[in-house]
Design a protein around this ligand. Structure first.
Ligand code: SF4
Ligand code: SF4
Ligand code: SF4
Ligand code: FES
Length: 982
């Protein structure tokens, strides 16, 4: 190991280490205001000046080198550090005691203390700008901004939204949004990266303002007088006593601000962070150490928490009385459910009941729900919403490589040479994961190919964007694979050593010529060849896909085609390679992993396997049904056929998110007895007989499993609201009323049982998941996990993968003379699915108030409509009224409708056709006709929506422009006397 000398002590380091990181691992303290390890060197503050071999350098921008002599304490270094910091104080008023950011972690405060600054040499001067409150989630105070540029670096090179810059050439530089727009009218997507990394109070979450400290709620005029008073006595008493007072106040805050680690309840990326609460008020979300996200969040995770304290929360059980509900005691509601379930089971058998678990709730809760269905009721009629989106991807991977999960981690995607995204609006549906691709593409030369019907953000950034005809991805994927095989471009050694079924697979590729693919998909042959050559030229390839692939009648087969292509090109078993079906909900992976499926016990152990069943029967002390149950699509048919009489659904807006919503709604009215468990009175609750009020994720403990198979713990931040209860407690109460004798007192006990019965999770314990620790399954009994799958073999008995032959069939629900337009659908960044949670955050509602339909400019011209025109979309199954947004994100006769509406849900238009293998609805195969209504209104996306903004891309903060200012010189060149405490 190389060594350097730090203040006379020899210190080992690793090649490539930054000098500042080497120093930070010792007890030596060097100021470093603009440095953030996850952002890298920004070099704006100059406070980290140290002497290296006699020269002053910035420690953050210097690489550690063998034999280097580093002096952090020389008078030159100390003088430079202090001069640099004094410049910072010239931009920042120290009123810490009454500052919302006085929470012990303010970099400016802590550096003032570290350098023992008593009196500022460079006087504080205000800047000629107003504070900006135009974003509902955060505000910018130019007068407190120290121009460190962390926010700019985060926005330009980390989130890569490219909104922020600093006007270095201006006499009074400041942070700019879109080059000078109000924040609320800029391209800012409110991801919060900038606010999270700001080292002082210049950028603050609005929820923190006035609520964090003991003196921060004081009215502005009084506060201003107090600040003036403090600054008035500062020359006399120095900063020391003022800092001490503020530190006392900061310590007092420890007792009133609770910081709880939690995991995001929205998408499957698995961001984790501390949530700060004061009583029930949510002060802020503070990401830092999350293994999936570090400092990253999107608008939903950072700011989308108002739903937790919404006045609409269910706080007491409700029981149907005719057309109304009455508030009931838990005893009444539980007794009724137990009695009706027992009656229906006695009269019709256990398979007359069905259970749907929530992919937003915890692993432990899914486990208990399937245990209730199987061990207490005696049915395998058990499913979760992975049926609506992810089941086809799982099948594609089961068929070819063995495990139904992402084959690596987000870090593999980040380091890949080439990322291919198919049918995924990654920047909006998995925003934090998308940032890693955007970063690598912008800064590290990663290649990006996107196949999609829409020119979404990733498509706009891609090196190559293709727009195949709807439902034809399997064709071009197979044709590209065939071309690679035919032209000797396949990874032969890999195929020989690791893959079965090559000959049969090659025979299956006969129809997939480039000519056929070009004709069917509408992609030029040269473009297909280009894709093939880009893939084989790349050292490592990751393929990301989502609902644009899976929600088709060919969803499983197209997922399989993706994995086939990866196998033929040897893109498994190495870092930076593999298959990444992006899981939609925060715990959709975990719900399936933990047995909320009709054919699997936890860990994908078949219910039809007698040995497996015997294991569960012995543990649960019951006899278990051997026949796989109904999936949730089949359940709806079974209700219509009169075979299914009762359902118990928790945390799932089934009547909106299942396709052909009218058909689903009709089914739910036919149930003899329907139990819902929810945090709000959802649309689906309208059909229920009993509604249990559930606690939100912040009000309970448990674990979630993210898209990268990462299991993480969430801790309880708040007490359950009103009379609501955690889902696991409610399920246990129902089970016990039905005669079970469960006695779980904490989710950790449930997990202990899961681990004992599930080889995939054998080594998962709460201790191993403590705090920010996480595990990526499979987890061996000794606790070792597998961030990258298939390092030694594939998950088949002989260790080899399989190429799976495929045929293509026409998509369903195609356009015809009557329904002449293709309708696509998906998520918006700001909302999660139908928006039950996100619409309850006022700022999100303000920026994105409703759904709409995207219409191409050419179609808008032909039909004579404009943005804001009201249209009626009619499909073979239903109709909706929405406003149009004319945009070149869509092309020709293809429409796109976001799914964020309960009033006009897109699923009134979708069919009951499904993927042939998994029964996943073919949501993406829909045709409509569009009638223009007489009325029109304003743009359904208000002016404050980020889509109207104009980003200003640049590489980071462009500090060189600061260094070119005539008033800039490197500190340490001029001698500055700064008084310090002795
Ligand atoms: S997009 Fe907005 S919130 Fe996100 S880093 Fe940029 S300016 Fe900040
Ligand atoms: S607003 Fe930006 S430049 Fe200003 S202090 Fe905060 S992070 Fe630094
Ligand atoms: S919604 Fe997804 S990307 Fe956004 S913070 Fe939550 S987990 Fe992260
Ligand atoms: S920390 Fe090195 S220049 Fe700011």
């Amino acid at each position: 190991m190389p060594v350097l000398n730090l203040n006379g002590t020899t210190l080992p380091f690793s090649a490539g280490d930054r000098l500042i990181d080497v120093i930070n691992h010792t007890a030596v303290k060097v100021p470093q205001v603009c440095y953030h390890p996850q952002l890298g060197p920004i070099q704006t503050c100059d406070t980290c000046m140290v002497e290296v071999d006699g020269n002053l350098v910035r420690a953050c921008a210097t690489s550690a080198a063998e034999g280097m002599k580093v002096n952090t304490e020389s008078s030159r270094a100390a003088s430079a550090q202090r001069e640099a910091f004094d410049r910072i104080l010239g931009n920042h008023l120290l009123y810490c005691t009454v500052c919302d950011n006085n929470n012990g972690n303010c970099t400016v405060h802590n550096t003032t203390k570290l350098l023992a600054v008593e009196h500022q040499q460079i006087p504080y001067t205000t800047k000629p700008y107003e504070r900006d409150f135009t974003n509902p989630f955060y505000r910018y105070d130019p007068d407190q901004c120290i121009l460190c540029g962390r926010c700019v670096q985060a926005c330009q090179n980390f989130q890569v939204n490219e909104t922020l810059s600093i006007n270095w050439e201006d006499p009074h530089p400041r942070v700019l949004w879109d080059g000078g727009a109000p924040i609320g009218e800029s391209s800012c997507v409110s991801c919060g990266h900038c606010v999270t990394v700001c080292p002082c109070n210049a950028l603050m979450e609005t929820t923190m303002l006035g609520d964090a400290g003991y003196f921060t709620s004081i009215a502005a005029p009084v506060l201003d007088r107090m600040i003036e008073l403090v600054k008035g006595i500062e020359p006399e008493i120095g900063d020391g006593p003022i800092l001490q007072l503020s530190e006392f106040e900061a310590e007092m805050r420890e007792s009133r601000i609770k910081k709880t680690k939690t995991v995001c309840t929205y998408c499957g990326v698995g961001c984790s962070y501390d949530i700060w609460t004061h009583d029930r008020r949510i002060l802020k979300v503070e990401p830092c150490d999350g293994p999936a996200n570090g400092i990253s969040t999107c608008v939903k995770g950072k700011f989308g928490w108002e739903y937790v304290n919404s006045k609409d929360r269910l706080t007491t059980p409700l029981v149907r009385e005719g057309d109304k509900f009455h508030e009931a005691t838990w005893d009444e509601a539980l007794s009724l459910v137990a009695r009706r379930f027992s009656e229906i089971k006695s009269a019709n058998g256990p398979d007359a009941l069905a259970f749907i678990s929530s992919s937003k709730c915890t692993n432990e809760e899914s486990y208990l729900m399937q245990k209730l269905a199987r061990a207490v009721i005696g049915t395998n009629n058990m499913d979760n919403c992975s049926r609506y989106c992810q089941a086809p991807a799982t099948i594609g991977l089961f068929r070819t490589v063995g495990y139904g999960g992402d084959s690596g981690s987000i870090s593999d995607i980040e380091q890949s040479d080439l990322v291919l995204i198919i049918g995924s609006n990654t920047a909006e549906s998995h925003p934090v994961l998308a940032t890693r691709v955007k970063q690598s593409h912008k800064l590290r030369g990663q290649k990006l190919i996107v196949s999609d019907l829409r020119k979404n953000e990733m498509a706009a950034r891609a090196d190559l964007f293709i727009h195949p005809r709807p439902g034809t991805d399997l064709i071009w994927l197979s044709a590209v694979t065939r071309y690679i095989l035919e032209n000797g471009l396949a990874k032969k050694d890999f195929l020989l050593k690791w893959v079965n079924g090559l000959d049969e697979y090659i025979r299956s590729l006969v129809p997939f010529t480039l000519e056929m693919a070009s004709e069917r998909c509408g992609i030029p042959i040269e473009r297909l060849k280009q894709i093939a050559h880009m893939i084989v030229a790349a050292e490592s390839v990751c393929v990301l896909w989502a609902m644009g692939v899976t929600q088709h009648t060919m969803g499983s087969d197209t997922s399989t085609a993706i994995s086939n292509l990866l196998l033929v090109t040897g893109n498994y078993m190495r870092p930076g390679t593999g298959a990444y079906p992006l899981r939609g909900h925060n715990n959709v992976q975990g719900a399936s992993d933990h047995g909320a499926m009709p054919n699997y016990f936890p860990g994908y152990q078949l219910v039809s396997d007698p040995e497996i069943r015997a294991k569960f029967e012995a543990a649960w002390k019951v006899t278990l049904p051997p026949k796989p149950g109904l999936n949730n699509h089949q359940m709806i048919d079974a209700i219509h056929q009169g075979n299914l009489k009762a359902m118990y659904v928790f945390g799932e807006e089934m009547s909106m998110v299942d396709s052909n919503a009218n058909y689903v709604g009709d089914a739910l009215t036919k149930l003899d007895f329907f139990v819902m468990q929810e945090i709000f009175f959802s649309e689906t609750c309208r059909f229920a007989d009993v509604i249990f009020p559930a606690a939100s994720a912040l009000e309970k403990e448990g674990t979630f499993t993210s898209t990268e198979r990462r299991i993480q713990r969430l801790y309880q931040a708040l007490e359950p609201l009103g009379d609501s209860r955690p889902d696991w407690k409610i399920i246990q109460d129902v089970a016990n009323r039905l005669g079970a004798q469960w006695n779980y007192t904490h989710p950790s006990e449930i997990y202990k049982e899961i681990a004992s019965l599930t080889p995939l999770m054998a080594g998962v314990t709460y201790e191993r998941l403590e705090g920010y620790k996480s595990l990526q399954w499979p987890v061996a009994a000794d606790g070792s996990d597998q961030p990258l799958l298939y390092t030694k073999q594939f998950a088949f008995p002989d260790g080899k993968a399989k190429l799976f032959p495929l045929v293509w069939t026409e998509p369903t629900d195609q356009p015809d003379a009557q329904f002449d337009l293709h309708l696509n659908n998906g998520r918006l960044l700001e909302h999660f699915h139908e928006g039950n949670m996100t619409y309850r955050t006022e700022g999100i509602r303000e920026k994105t108030p409703c759904t709409f339909v995207e219409v191409s400019p050419e179609l808008a011209t032909t039909r004579g409509l404009r943005t804001g025109s009201w249209v009626q979309l009619t499909s073979r199954y239903g109709k909706v009224h929405v406003q149009a947004v004319v945009t070149d994100r869509v092309k020709g006769d293809e429409l796109y409708m976001p799914m964020n509406s309960v009033e006009e849900p897109v699923n009134r238009l979708t069919s009951s056709h499904t993927d042939k293998v998994t029964s996943t609805p073919a949501y993406k195969e829909a045709s409509v006709r569009m009638e223009i209504m007489a009325e029109s209104g304003p743009d359904p996306l208000p002016r404050t929506n980020s889509r109207h903004g104009h980003p200003t891309p640049q590489n980071g903060v462009e500090v060189e422009r600061k260094w070119k200012r005539p008033d800039y010189h490197t500190p340490g060149n001029g001698l500055v006397q700064i008084q310090t405490r002795s």
